[in-house]
Design a protein around this ligand. Structure first.
Ligand SMILES: Cc1cc2nc3c(=O)[nH]c(=O)nc-3n(C[C@H](O)[C@H](O)[C@H](O)COP(=O)(O)OP(=O)(O)OC[C@H]3O[C@@H](n4cnc5c(N)ncnc54)[C@H](O)[C@@H]3O)c2cc1C
Length: 370
């Protein structure tokens, strides 16, 4: 690889890394940008995710994280429209909402309803009769069901679109991992790959769970670990379900377009373990079939494992390094990185370009002296 100098080098070719490069280039087409990362990493979260855009089903208190996720959901339709028009790749996005059956809700149902009311979350309570009328494929054991106004995206199509957009916009996509850095005590000069050095004025560490190892090379102790999720996809007709369903330790996500339904997922603290276990996948199917009986015998299309990057406090790590003057982080998006993508891309781009109006201290790398 010929040695070239970039304005900004993004390390990580998942949805987070590509979306940061995309937003920077859209704001300033003159920027010389590179994205580094192995495109066939089979444990990459961005291709393993189910694509739920679920700030309301996933968040339990009205903190800054909840607001950030909610704001990101609001940005989704325009973000996808822009991405499709730049990339030419179509992306399935649904805003039909999700369903939470009361019978499989693990917390206090009344408190959840109160939370939704207080926070003006778009929601409706469906009696068992109304649920039967609207979604006859769900089991009668679901009881009362809450409809929630949130969304669903096909994250693999979105990742494909981001990679295509990067190329169309003239972002250098270098399909190589960083194996080291050239740096001094206060700044990073280059990322080292097995094809040579990639020099930059600024660097963004956006390597999901692998940010841990790269930070180590920089002498930074990142409090982050991979949380493994096993998932599978079943062949089921599109018209059997329009909504994402959150069941007891399970969710069912329609991908539409003949792509079947995704069932998820485990949360396992097992390091970088790639194993897919048949009995775990069977358990996912059984749990989902308790909510939607026709899934019991549906043909299995595929099963897989992916790694969620989880910081110690489960908040994203986003912003400028307090150790290196030209290093930025966007990692630790854990269970909701697909949801956070549009807002995160704006936030990091504005941080780098020094146009950000308000830093979010809860997400700042400085909380860990990074
Ligand atoms: C099973 C599962 C289900 C999920 N479901 C949802 C969901 O429904 N909704 C939601 O919002 N979120 C979901 N998530 C979370 C979401 O997928 C992640 O938060 C998000 O994809 C993180 O993206 P990322 O780009 O930071 O990391 P990743 O997608 O893991 O990408 C990391 C990138 O870094 C690259 N890399 C690794 N090492 C190096 C190196 N040395 N040099 C350069 N690059 C390197 C990798 O090749 C990869 O390209 C789920 C995650 C999992 C695992």
């Amino acid at each position: 690889m010929e040695q070239r100098l970039f304005d900004i080098v993004v390390i990580g070719a998942g949805i987070i890394g590509h979306s940061v490069a995309f937003r920077l280039k859209r704001i300033d087409p003159g920027l010389r940008l590179a994205v580094l990362g192995d495109p066939v990493n089979s444990l990459m979260a961005s291709r393993a995710a189910a694509g739920m855009l679920a700030p309301f089903a996933e968040c339990g208190k009205a903190d800054r994280f909840f607001r950030f996720c909610r704001e990101s959901l609001e940005k989704y339709p325009r973000f996808i429209e822009e991405l499709v028009s730049v990339s030419g790749v179509s992306i399935y996005l649904s805003t039909t909402g999700s369903l939470m059956p009361s019978a499989s809700y693990e917390g206090n149902w009344e408190e959840r309803i109160r939370f939704f009311r207080e926070e003006n979350v778009p929601h409706e309570l469906w009696s068992p009769e109304r649920r039967r009328e609207k979604v006859p494929t769900l089991s009668d054991s679901c009881g009362e069901v809450m409809w929630v106004g949130e969304g669903q995206v096909n994250n693999r199509e979105m990742h494909d679109a981001l990679a295509a957009a990067s190329r169309k916009l003239g972002i250098e996509v270098l399909e190589k991992n960083a194996t080291g850095f050239i740096h001094d005590a206060s700044s990073v000069g280059a990322a080292v790959t097995d094809a040579g050095e990639v020099r930059g004025q600024k660097f963004v560490l956006a390597s999901g769970s692998w940010s841990l190892q790269l930070a180590n090379i920089l002498g930074v102790s990142l409090p982050l670990k991979p949380i493994k999720g096993q998932m599978c996809r079943l062949q089921v007709d599109d018209d059997l379900l329009d909504y994402t369903v959150h069941g007891m330790l399970t969710y069912i996500v329609p991908w539409r377009g003949g792509n079947g339904f995704v069932l998820g997922s485990t949360m396992e603290d097992r390091g970088f373990d790639p194993l897919i276990e048949e009995e775990v996948i069977r358990d996912l199917i059984d749990r989902a079939a308790a909510v939607m009986p026709c899934l019991e015998d549906a043909p299995l299309i595929e099963s897989w494992t992916g790694l969620r990057p989880a910081a110690e406090d489960l908040m994203p790590i986003m912003g400028k390094s307090s150790r290196y003057a030209n290093l930025y982080y966007s990692t630790g998006h854990h269970r909701n990185g697909i949801l956070q993508t549009p807002h995160q891309a704006d936030y990091i781009a504005e941080t780098i370009l020094e146009t950000l109006r308000e830093e979010i201290p809860e997400f700042s790398p400085s909380r860990y002296n990074l």
